[in-house]
Design a protein around this ligand. Structure first.
Ligand code: ATP
Length: 297
């Protein structure tokens, strides 16, 4: 399938602060990628760059569809005094949609989204999030970007959003979503990209469950300098060596696993394999292939 959008060696700095570093990443038509990572990892910044809302400080952003229609679903969506249909008509006008086309799209979406057309001031968080998604889908985007789309929603609204996103995907729209919820990852995403401190530290299939802080991870590595092994022993999440040496395996808390891998890769070493040892809900280990040095952008 054809690529929709591509980032090549993208950096983003805010003053001296590097929010994103050396991001090479692309998305194909109809694909859905989940972006995960801790607070401040760079997820929103990455979405803003993909959306074209901010420019990279270095590297390139290449759209492979011209013109590329993008829908953006921000994390915070304010309630207004408008009814959803009124609000959407305004957005459609701003987006330059013809009145008749806008009316047709809005009618169709109101039926699918099953929203009461009453003032948004009286809407629940779930209803507002539906309007948020509808404004992004008005122009039938090639690419839909969502920042934490399930944040603050109750279970029923989460399930509805999952259904709507799957339907959007089925219609051929590529999706990128910054996300915490395993539900959304396992039921919509085809791929998972994990960021840590502005770098991609993992790219792979979505069945990888987000690690719990207390889980133990086994990291197998090669070409790691002796001083780095000593530093690792001092880290608070270090548990034990399985094999210590230039090539070896270490057991650490999941909470520091991303940072350890990043350190190893940045110092010229390689990650040969990653495995979760304490599995509380049947998650699979990460295949060694997906964590090799080549996976780091
Ligand atoms: N406009 C800005 N000016 C200065 N620093 C910024 C700006 N935007 C983001 N940052 C910084 O860049 C880093 C990444 O922020 P970003 O919002 O992308 O992270 P995130 O992964 O989305 O985090 P969270 O899950 O907490 O929303 C943070 O340290 C943040 O403080």
């Amino acid at each position: 399938m054809e690529k929709v959008l591509e980032l090549i060696k993208v950096d983003k700095r805010f003053g001296q602060y590097a929010a994103l570093t050396n991001i090479t990443w692309s998305l194909k038509q109809g694909e859905c990628a989940a972006i995960v990572g801790g607070n401040g990892a760079g997820k929103s910044t990455l979405l803003h760059i993909l959306a074209g809302l901010i420019r990279p400080s270095g590297g390139s952003r290449i759209a492979h569809i011209d013109p590329l229609r993008i829908g953006y679903v921000p994390e915070r969506f304010p309630a207004t005094r408008f009814r959803p249909t009124e609000y959407l008509r305004h957005v459609a006008a701003i987006q330059g949609l013809a009145k008749s086309e806008a009316a047709r799209r809005i009618d169709a979406m109101m039926a699918v989204f099953q929203l009461p057309d009453t003032s948004m001031m009286r809407s629940s968080k779930g209803m507002l999030q539906k309007v948020n998604l509808m404004q992004a889908l008005l122009r039938q985007p090639d690419l839909l970007l969502l920042d934490e789309p399930l944040s603050g929603l109750d279970e029923a609204s989460q399930a509805e959003m999952v259904g709507l996103l799957n339907e959007t995907k089925r219609l051929g729209t590529a999706i990128v979503m910054s996300v915490h919820e395993p539900l959304l990852i396992s039921s919509v995403a085809d791929r998972l990209t994990r960021l840590s401190r502005g770098r991609i530290v993992h790219e792979g299939p979505p069945e990888i469950r987000i690690s719990r802080e207390e889980d133990e991870m086994r990291l197998e590595f090669a070409n790691v300098a002796a001083h780095l092994l000593s530093e690792l022993e001092e880290a608070s999440g270090f548990l034990r060596w399985e094999t210590k040496g230039k090539t070896g395996a270490v057991i650490v808390r999941a909470s520091i696993a991303d940072d350890v891998m990043l350190h190893i890769l940045q110092s010229g070493g390689s990650i040969l394999g990653v495995q979760r040892l304490h599995e509380r809900s049947g998650a699979a280990g990460v295949p060694a292939q997906s964590a090799r040095k080549g996976a780091l952008a």
